[in-house]
Design a protein around this ligand. Structure first.
Ligand code: C6P
Length: 412
């Protein structure tokens, strides 16, 4: 469980813990508003990784020597931290992967291949990241199952009546994002899961964009699988998490095979370890996992509820400030939002705006954000997306608004 601190949120103290933020870009102080793509790392995470390489580096689960034992125990400790962070029942339900993309591919490939057959249906939504579309598209094609899509409305919310209509006894898997990376929409996942259970479907929640912004409780949610990426929650790149209910993980065959995931190998037949090791073939990203554990401890220390409250006020402020800009059209106006401000500016391509903002020291993302179906829905090629983190300030938003005005006048 996370700790709640009642002290006022001191964003400047937080900023001071992120060395990368202290630099200038094109002679201007860096304003980093691309957190949905990847967050910056606090010094404690950088130090933890450095300390690992300076003192403990060795392969885990293999060596009978001090370094290997220290590395193994730090790696397994990180698994416990993740378990606590998302309130899983058991640390054996935590599989380390390369990130959300690999976690979803693992489930599609391992659970999907075994449990889907001709005529079955997999249900995703129109607001999914490509990482939560393509693995299902591929496995449905292979298993002759049907991929069905929950539509969204023009506010960027799931149309829940359509969802209920799509659910039926052929629905075997429902895979939806908790929070949209392009729209900021926070989906009613508990209701989605409750309804899916009524038809006996298992549910995967893509938590890439929710985990950094809100408390996660997989037991309360009652999802079967939950995925997130380390680099989006102040941890290192190349590491992520797949949570799966143990009784499901246990039935699944390996996603990859190799060292570290077997109990016995002969040329005739091999036996695999129980989860989570069954799904962690080869030498894992030890430094990454240990760094991720430290990042989650850092977030716990601040209190994820405090971060959520701070960011939610900041987003409200952002919506008000940016709405004053003539020609700005919001893309995504759901009543429950987190993390991102996504919009277009009439007559200007998002890429031109991004290039001018960069000259002002402001990093945002312009593009389709790996969600082309959302762009199709809103009939835009791309959006301008500013995404916040625990170190974003109101001053950053004010600077963004004035840089957008400047960009408009340069391009006019
Ligand atoms: N979205 C963004 O700028 P990986 O790349 O595996 O860490 O995460 C993939 C992914 C899956 N689901 C959602 C909802 C996501 O937002 C992302 C990554 C980044 O929006 C990079 S495209």
């Amino acid at each position: 469980m996370t700790t709640v601190h009642q002290a006022p949120y001191d964003v400047n103290a937080r900023r001071a813990q992120f060395p990368i933020l202290q630099q200038k870009i094109h002679g201007k102080p860096l304003i980093y508003l691309d957190n949905a793509a990847s967050t910056q790392k606090p010094d404690v995470v950088i130090e933890k990784i450095k300390e690992y390489y300076l003192q403990d580096n060795a392969n885990i689960h293999r060596g009978i020597h001090a370094l290997s034992e220290r590395a193994t125990s730090a790696y397994e400790e990180a698994r416990h931290i993740v378990q606590r962070f998302i309130n899983a029942k058991d640390s054996k339900e935590i599989v380390f992967t390369r990130g959300t993309t690999e976690s979803i591919n693992l489930v599609a490939s391992s659970y999907g291949r075994k449990n889907l057959s001709s005529g079955d249906e997999v249900l995703i939504s129109e607001m999914e990241h490509h990482s939560n579309i393509l693995p299902w598209q591929l496995i449905c094609e292979e298993r002759e199952a049907k991929l069905r899509v929950i539509p969204i409305d023009d506010k960027g919310e799931l149309i829940m009546e359509e969802y209920l209509k799509l659910l039926n006894e052929r629905t075997k898997i429902v895979a939806v994002t908790h929070t949209s990376n392009s729209l900021g929409t926070v989906n009613p996942v508990e209701e989605i899961i409750r309804e899916a259970k009524k038809v006996g479907a298992v549910v995967l929640i893509d938590g890439a964009q929710s985990t950094p912004h809100a408390p996660i409780d997989v037991r309360q949610m009652d999802c079967d699988f939950f995925t997130f990426s380390g680099h989006k929650i102040y941890g290192p790149t190349g590491v992520g998490v797949l949570y799966g209910k143990y009784e499901l993980l246990e039935t699944m065959t390996p996603y990859q095979s190799g060292g570290g995931m077997i109990t016995d190998v002969t040329f005739e037949k091999s036996q695999f370890q129980a989860p989570p090791e069954r799904f962690e073939a080869g030498t894992p990203n030890m430094a990454g996992v240990i760094g991720l554990g430290k990042a989650l401890e850092y977030v716990e220390e601040i209190g994820i509820e405090n971060i959520a409250k701070y960011e939610s006020d900041l987003l409200e402020f952002g919506f008000k400030e940016l709405s004053k800009i003539d020609g700005l059209n919001w893309v995504g106006e759901a009543s429950n939002r987190a993390g991102v401000l996504s919009f277009t500016l009439e007559n200007h391509h998002p890429h031109d705006i991004a290039a001018i903002l960069d000259l002002e020291g402001i990093a945002i993302r312009a593009g389709h954000h790996c969600t082309q179906p959302i762009m199709d829905h809103f009939k835009v090629p791309a959006t301008i997306r500013a995404s916040v983190g625990l170190y974003t300030t109101e001053a950053d938003i004010v600077a963004l608004a004035s840089a957008l005005e400047k960009a408009k006048s340069i391009l006019a």
